[in-house]
Design a protein around this ligand. Structure first.
Ligand code: SAH
Length: 249
């Protein structure tokens, strides 16, 4: 899966996504991270300007349309040459739909994703109209730039690409895969600061362990994220108690 990121700070992206699991996924060729500097496409040969004041007044600078459009055309040409059928262009913005695990799973099925990272006050609306297919936010707060949101999304999407996690099961039992949060987990030693690992996890009885984990997941979700618990309940209504058969039935 190929990620193409249009940004004024490509080093933030390449550094942020080169360590640990993401770094290994790139080395193995499971993903590619191609951060492109919008400034390289500025028509202003002298100062490589990419931003200007907003019409109508107001504080701050706005990223101009031309360098972003030309940057996108360059990326698009490469994607087309690679033979990919289609691609989505995501503008990360606090004005978008809020990102979640379901959207991550849907985007993980694409072959190429293009991200546009805004900075300063944002981006000239006309280039957004021209190239963007999806407006996505990472939460209801405002950051200084789109690089962190793009990295957050790429991390969440890439770990769903087959082979990126060593063990595919871990993505299917963990938090937000089915409204439930993950159960508590423990590693060595068996006792730490007087706290013991729950007995059942040492029993070797996989069925009992699974039952315990499910109970813990349900209880944890009910306490910490009641709104998710309600959604889970709708899909998993409690089973009615079995009717006792009368003697003469
Ligand atoms: N003036 C804009 C905010 C600009 S913030 C407004 O009020 O909507 C600068 C850039 O940071 C944005 O262009 C966007 O790319 C990025 N950004 C900031 N907060 C974000 C968030 N919650 N999710 C995704 N991107 C965000």
């Amino acid at each position: 899966m190929n990620f193409h990121i249009m940004t004024l700070f490509p080093e933030m992206i390449t550094q942020g996504l080169s360590a640990s699991i993401m770094g290994r996924a790139s080395e193995k060729g499971l993903i590619s991270v191609n951060a492109v500097n919008i400034r390289d496409f500025s028509a202003d040969q002298k100062h490589h300007k990419v931003d200007d004041y907003t019409y109508g007044g107001g504080a701050g600078m706005l990223m101009q349309a031309q360098p972003i459009y030309d940057c996108y055309q360059d990326i698009r040409k490469k994607i087309d040459e690679s033979g990919a059928a289609s691609h989505r262009v995501i503008y990360v913005t606090p004005q978008g739909q809020v990102f979640n695990q379901k959207m991550a799973a849907e985007l993980a099925a694409e072959s190429d994703l293009v991200f546009l990272c805004g900075h300063y006050e944002g981006v000239d609306e006309r280039v957004l109209d021209e190239i963007v297919t999806d407006y996505i936010s990472i939460g209801d707060y405002v950051l200084t730039g789109g690089e962190l949101p793009a990295m957050v999304m790429i991390d969440a999407i890439a770990r769903l690409v087959p082979g990126v996690l060593n063990n595919n099961e871990s993505a299917s039992t963990e938090s937000h895969s089915n409204y439930l949060l993950e159960y508590p987990q423990y590693s060595r030693p068996e006792e730490w600061m007087g706290k013991k690992v729950p007995e059942i996890l040492l029993s070797g009885d996989h069925k009992k362990v699974d039952e315990w984990r499910l109970e813990q997941s349900i209880e944890r979700t009910r306490l910490r994220r009641p709104e998710l618990y309600e959604k889970w309940l709708l899909e998993n209504p409690p089973k009615p108690p079995k009717k006792k058969r009368k003697k003469n039935d």
